[in-house]
Each structure stands twice: as structure tokens, then as C-alpha cells.
Design a protein around this ligand. Structure first.
Ligand code: AMP
Ligand code: ZN
Length: 507
């Protein structure tokens, strides 16, 4: 029996007993990536965290509709809402591509990476550009309800009106007076009645590549609006869970709440879950070069797997990285260091080895039970209770690690089977498989060259490395291409370029 599920709700700033709107079913919306560049390891941390949450809800027997969007228009540079360039348009001009080519390229890369990390696909993955009609309708209803106004073809949300009704700022705790001071002096700010108002429809400048007809102008929707429109379309006016990284709390999620209130006088999600940021060596990941060390405090997922980065001593497999992510609670910062990854690798192997030993145990004892039996059942109950306490994967993992010495003790004969009921051994076997594979979403990549799914993981990884090398060659980045080839050689992996593309093999 699992304990009652509790979640930390950012909206109320407290842990609450989780009660779905419709018994047995859950609607969950998670803000997806803006696909204008290669997926960042920080993004991966957030999506792996929500993958574990999704998996645990499924384990509890809920029917979950998991919606995770793709932002392919409207996200402006610096998270601005006016006067800045659209991230995707900018990249398209830079690379001389169609904006949709940029979107497709990085969305494919994102999907590949999600597969490498063994995340489950969402139930629906809506794209902002596919929901322009819904967004225009929502802007119209916000105007009709008196919460937005048009100025020179753009439409702005009236935060002051909402604040008067006592609601703007409830998620982030910001108050409108502070926002007045904070808001930067951006182009078109003068169109707003108040600096904290934000654009929900933006009139496109002539050079803007992506634009649509609307009652107000040829333009494009604001970034915040897409999530309000798409969550409403697929999950209804009021749904259970809304998630994202905690850097999105303000303004993105605050403004989503405002828009939903403005369009239908409703609160979108009952529970707001926020993941914390990924750091490296105790500092925010950043691509800029540190003048002291001469290296940048950042690492791409591909580099993490190949070891081709000065911040790490060797490559770590995707499952080791996933395991590393499980070792901290989703709402705590996670500090990526070489030492922590190396420790995670050892712990991951110990868990996998422990499970292998466990699955091969064949108890011959009678149906009797002693203290050891109770101890094992209590630890199993505790592991589930930890997961039900705001999805505390690191604590649940710790309980499994308390069980590993017992498994090894039984195998070595230090502990006697006649102290444990046969059914308890069976329960232990099921529990380990359920946690490791179903809830934590790990795969066993400790068996070199074999094992269930092992080849698929390696192949997925190699296909990604081949793509990175191809890109490097296209960009005449011979240094990266050579390092990839040399690193693979050291790992006894060969690449063969042919007419049909590049093939890989083990030496
Ligand atoms: P973006 O593509 O920037 O819109 O971000 C996609 C998701 O990744 C959002 O939920 C962000 O909050 C999250 N995210 C961005 N950077 C990090 C980071 N360093 N650590 C964890 N999550 C992040
Ligand atoms: Zn969003």
C-alpha cells in the first residue's frame, strides 16, 4: 500500500495532499523547450525530473494526460515581450534557414536526447505555431473581459486591473510596485499603460519572419500566451498539475495565471511544481570563458557522454547521468562535478549488480518470518512512502541501498533464508524492478555488449555522436571532429564513413 501522495505546491508554498480533480485521472502540463539551439543539460534535468514524476503517477495507477509543448514562436531574446528579436527568427537568419527548418532541426535533437535519457514521450506535444487560432481566440476573450487593450496593433495584458482584483503576483510573490522599478527600458514600452503590463499579441516588424493575420495586426503571439492556450485546449480550464523550471515562475507562469484569469476567470492548475536549476562546479552553467581557468563552466550532453570536455576526466553513460540526476530532489539545485559523477557511476553499478544478484536468488526456505523479514518489508514500505512524499527519489534510492547489503548477505549466506518469507523475497524482487526500471526509468548498461536494451542505448548514443561530428565537419570545426574520432578510438569504437552515411562498430 502506498502512502497518500503529497506534493509541494509553489502556489501555496506548502506541501499538500494531492487530490486530482477527476478521481483516477490526472492532467499535467509541463513547459517544453524553445527549439532554437541544441538542448541544454539543464533542460534535460528538468525533463528527466518530470519524467520520474510522470512515471510515479502512472505507477500509482493514475491515467495521466501529460502535455509538454514545443515553443516554436514568440519566445523573444532575454525573455522580453516587446522590442526584441524572436529567438528562432534570429537563428534562422543567422543560419540562412527557414524558421521551420531551425525548429525541426533542434526539435529532432531534443527528441533524440530525450530518448537517450530514456524519458517517456508525453501524451500530447503541441506546437505553438499549430495553435495560432486558439491563441487569437484567447487574446480576444481577454480583451472582451476588459483585461487587455490594443495599442498600435499590439495587445497588452492589463496587470493593474488584475492587481486591483487582488490576484497578480500570487505565484511569484511579486507586487506591482516592485515591477515598476524592475522593468527595463525596452522599445515599445511606451505603448503599455503600466510597465508591468505584458504583450499577448505583438505586431510584427517588417523584417520579422514569422507572422499571422489577426484582428489587431499582422503579428505573432506572446510567449506566455501559448502555454495558456494549449493547456486549456488539451486539459481544460482547470487541471491538476503545471510544471517547469523555477526560472519560469516569473514572468512566464505568473503571466499564464493572469491570462487564464483574464480569459475565463479561472485558475489553470491546482498544483504548480517547479524544478530547480542545474549547476556545474557550484556555479551557474555558462558558456562564457572563465578568465582564470580559460575554460567555460558548461558542458553539452554529448560531451558528457564522450568525456570531451575539460571539466570532466572521462565520459559517463546516459544512464549514469540519469542516476546522478535522481540523487537529488527535483526542487534542490543539482551541482554537476566530475567527483559527483564518478561517485554516481559507482553507486549506479552497485544498484544494478545488487538487482542482478537479487533476481537470481532462489529461496528454498519455509513460509516463516523473523526480524529480518519485518526489516525488509519496512524498508520497502519506506521507499514507496519517500516517493509519495513529493517524489523524493533520492530518499527512496537510499532505502534501496539499505536493502542491497541484505541481498548480498543472503547470497553469501551471512543471512539465512529461513528468517524471510518466500513471499517477501518475491516482493523484494518486484520492488527493485519496479523502482529501477519503471519509476526511475533506468536501463542496465553495465553489461558490456549485451543485455536488454543495452544495444539500443549505445546505438542511440552513437547516432547522436555521429550527428555532432557531421555538424562539426560541416562547420569546418576539425578540432571537434578529430576529438570525437580519437575519443571513440580510445573506447574501442570505430566509425566508418560510406555512401549510406556513417556506421559504427566495436573493435
Ligand atoms: P527553455 O528551452 O529555455 O524554454 O527551457 C526549457 C525548460 O528547461 C524550462 O522548464 C526551464 O525552466 C528549464 N531549464 C532551463 N535551464 C535550466 C537549468 N540550468 N536547470 C534546470 N532546468 C532548466
Ligand atoms: Zn510555458
Amino acid at each position: 500500500m502506498s502512502a497518500q501522495l503529497k506534493v509541494y505546491n509553489s502556489l501555496t508554498r506548502q506541501k499538500e495532499i494531492f487530490k486530482p480533480i477527476n478521481e483516477g485521472a490526472i492532467g499535467m502540463y509541463v513547459c517544453g523547450p524553445t527549439v532554437y539551439s541544441d538542448v541544454h543539460l539543464g533542460n534535460c534535468r528538468t525533463f528527466v525530473s518530470f519524467d520520474v514524476i510522470y512515471r510515479y503517477l502512472l505507477h500509482l495507477g493514475y491515467k495521466v494526460r501529460y502535455v509538454r509543448n514545443i515553443t516554436d514562436v514568440g519566445h523573444l531574446e532575454g525573455d522580453a515581450d516587446t522590442g526584441a528579436e524572436d529567438k528562432i527568427s534570429k537563428k534562422a537568419k543567422l543560419e540562412q534557414l527557414e524558421p521551420m527548418e531551425v525548429v525541426q532541426k533542434y526539435m529532432n535533437g531534443f527528441h533524440d536526447m530525450m530518448a537517450v535519457f530514456n524519458t517517456l514521450k508525453p501524451s500530447i506535444e503541441p506546437r505553438a505555431t499549430g495553435h495560432i487560432v486558439e491563441q487569437i481566440e484567447m487574446v480576444q476573450s481577454i480583451i472582451d473581459n476588459g483585461f487587455a487593450y490594443e495599442k498600435n496593433g499590439s495587445v497588452y495584458f492589463d496587470t493593474v486591473k488584475l492587481a486591483k482584483e487582488g490576484d497578480y503576483g500570487k505565484l511569484s510573490g511579486r507586487v506591482i510596485e516592485e515591477l515598476l522599478v524592475e522593468t527595463r527600458d525596452l522599445k515599445n514600452q511606451d505603448e503599455k499603460r503600466h510597465p508591468s503590463d505584458f504583450a499577448i499579441w505583438i505586431k510584427a516588424a517588417p523584417e520579422h519572419l514569422m507572422h499571422w493575420n489577426s484582428p489587431w495586426s499582422v503579428g505573432f503571439p506572446g510567449w506566455h500566451l501559448e502555454c495558456s492556450a494549449m493547456s486549456t485546449k488539451y486539459l481544460g480550464n482547470n487541471f491538476d498539475i503545471h510544471g517547469g523550471g523555477n526560472d519560469l515562475k516569473f514572468p512566464h507562469h505568473e503571466n499564464e495565471i493572469a491570462q487564464n484569469y483574464g480569459s475565463c476567470n479561472c485558475q489553470p492548475a491546482n498544483y504548480w511544481l517547479h524544478t530547480n536549476m542545474l549547476l556545474m562546479n557550484g556555479k551557474k552553467m555558462s558558456k562564457s570563458i572563465d578568465p582564470e581557468t580559460g575554460i567555460s563552466n558548461s558542458i553539452a550532453p554529448g560531451e558528457l557522454f564522450t568525456g570531451d570536455n575539460p571539466n570532466i576526466s572521462k565520459g559517463y553513460s546516459p544512464m549514469v547521468v540519469r542516476f546522478f540526476m535522481l540523487q537529488s530532489h527535483y526542487s534542490s539545485t543539482l551541482d554537476l562535478t566530475d567527483a559527483a559523477l564518478s561517485a554516481a557511476e559507482k553507486a549506479y553499478r552497485r544498484l544494478m549488480e545488487g538487482n542482478k544478484v537479487l533476481q537470481e536468488l532462489s529461496p528454498t526456505g519455509k513460509e516463516s518470518a523473523g526480524d529480518l523479514d519485518k526489516e525488509i518489508n519496512d524498508l520497502i514500505d519506506l521507499a514507496f512512502a519517500e516517493m509519495s512524499d513529493d517524489f523524493n527519489a533520492p530518499k527512496a534510492l537510499a532505502r534501496l541501498f539499505e536493502l542491497v547489503p541484505k541481498i548480498n548477505g543472503l547470497k553469501a549466506g551471512h543471512l539465512a533464508f529461513d528468517q524471510i518469507a518466500v513471499s517477501t523475497i518475491e516482493r523484494l524482487k518486484t520492488t527493485f524492478n519496479t523502482f529501477i526500471f519503471d519509476i526511475f526509468g533506468l536501463k542496465d548498461d553495465t553489461i558490456a555488449g549485451g543485455g536488454d536494451g543495452e544495444y539500443e542505448t549505445l546505438d542511440g548514443l552513437m547516432q547522436m555522436v555521429i550527428k555532432i561530428r557531421q555538424n562539426a565537419r560541416q562547420n569546418k570545426d576539425w578540432g571537434t571532429a578529430d576529438t570525437i574520432r580519437d575519443t571513440l578510438k580510445a573506447l574501442k569504437l570505430q566509425l566508418k564513413d560510406g555512401k549510406e552515411g556513417t556506421e559504427w562498430s566495436k573493435e
